[in-house]
Design a protein around this ligand. Structure first.
Ligand SMILES: NC(=O)c1ccc[n+]([C@@H]2O[C@H](COP(=O)([O-])OP(=O)(O)OC[C@H]3O[C@@H](n4cnc5c(N)ncnc54)[C@H](O)[C@@H]3O)[C@@H](O)[C@H]2O)c1
Length: 322
């Protein structure tokens, strides 16, 4: 969509990190932004920052895991700026340390899914009906991760939640065809934000640090995992230019993300990446899929309906191993 001056946007998880970067980049294009976050104080500060720069923004508290609060966010945005034309479902959390999928508690899975997936779904429930009715072009950006291609070991709850975001995004991209709403997936690589300390947002008793979680590193039987061993958020920046990465695992600042998202909205890109992608991972997935393609060249289509399952499976085996 064309981003015009006065366009109205809502960005969740906008009190810091990449959400703040997106809010700033949109505001720089004259977009009026609702800076939404579970951290109201920080959200207000980002909104103030935008106003100080000459833009138009308000801060709004929202816990995206609560549909009623997300509906309230939609109502506040409508009252202040009219129809929401750009929705950025960006709020997200992660677990530290990494842990084995079979050792990750159901509460951990639930918490990550509730924020990362249900938070996005609540965004759809609260905003999409009005967006469909509103005139002109609209756009939704859902923040996923490079994790959905790399699927690092020890990060299952996060990977699963972001895979769900990918599926919802790609499904709705098709459902919205001809209905005036574009959908993009933001896949950040390693970006130096507070995400690694997300568990600060959980009750103390639920935080991994207070539960003696066995880290994935205890299980590792091979070489180092670049994500599991990533440097802490406050550590030194490992590139000459902290805003521009050369690899997906190289930590950068969130500064460029906002511009990439603005560009992605304008070009209606299905996927927006912050890092040069691990081409090897993409190629490996494509290659794995291709290897799974069946060869039906020996398949006899006549009388298939009358055959017993055993015969069918024999025939399939025959097709693969003539
Ligand atoms: N930083 C990375 O390396 C990285 C990589 C891939 C994907 N991501 C994704 O990028 C998005 C932004 O994260 P970030 O890295 O900027 O981290 P961040 O911690 O700076 O930003 C996330 C924001 O979400 C907010 N939030 C958390 N739970 C919430 C809730 N229930 N309701 C409303 N707001 C909530 C937090 O307060 C925070 O301001 C997340 O979805 C994250 O999963 C980050």
């Amino acid at each position: 969509m064309q981003i015009k001056e006065g366009t109205a946007a809502v960005v969740t998880g906008a009190a810091g990190g990449m959400g703040r970067s997106v809010a700033l980049a949109l505001a720089d294009r004259g977009v009026r932004v609702v800076v939404a976050d579970v951290d109201q104080n920080e959200a207000d500060l980002v909104a103030q920052e935008i106003r100080d720069l000459g833009g138009d923004a308000i801060g709004q508290a929202v816990d995206v895991t609560d549909l009623a609060q997300v509906k309230n966010l939609a109502a506040v945005a409508r009252e202040r700026y009219g129809d929401t034309q750009i929705l950025v479902n960006n709020a997200g959390v992660t677990l530290r340390p990494f842990r084995a999928s079979w050792d990750t508690s159901y509460d951990d899975y639930r918490w990550v899914m509730e924020v990362n997936f249900w938070g996005v779904l609540h965004g759809y429930r609260a905003f999409v009906p009005a967006m469909l009715d509103a005139p002109g072009q609209k756009h939704i950006v859902n923040t996923s991760s490079m994790a959905t291609t790399a699927n690092s070991a020890g990060h299952s709850a996060y990977n699963v939640s972001k895979a769900a975001v990918d599926a919802l995004s790609l499904t709705t991209r098709k459902e919205f065809e001809g209905r005036g709403i574009g959908v993009s997936i933001l896949h950040p690589g390693a970006v130096r934000t507070r995400i690694v300390t997300s568990e600060r947002l959980r009750a103390a008793a639920e935080q991994s640090a207070n539960r003696g979680v066995k880290p994935w590193s205890d299980y590792v039987i091979r070489a180092v995992d670049p994500i599991a061993d990533a440097k802490p958020a406050a550590g030194p920046v490992d590139t000459d230019d902290p805003d521009v990465p050369s690899e997906w695992s190289q930590y950068i600042t969130p500064a460029a993300t906002g511009w990439l998202v603005v560009r992605g909205i304008e070009l209606d890109l299905p996927h927006i990446l912050t890092h040069p992608w691990p081409e090897a991972a993409i190629d490996a997935r494509a290659s794995d899929l291709k290897h799974g393609l069946p060869d039906y060249s020996g398949w006899q289509t006549r009388n298939v309906r009358n055959q017993q399952p055993l015969k069918i499976s024999q025939q399939l085996r025959g097709a693969h191993h003539p």
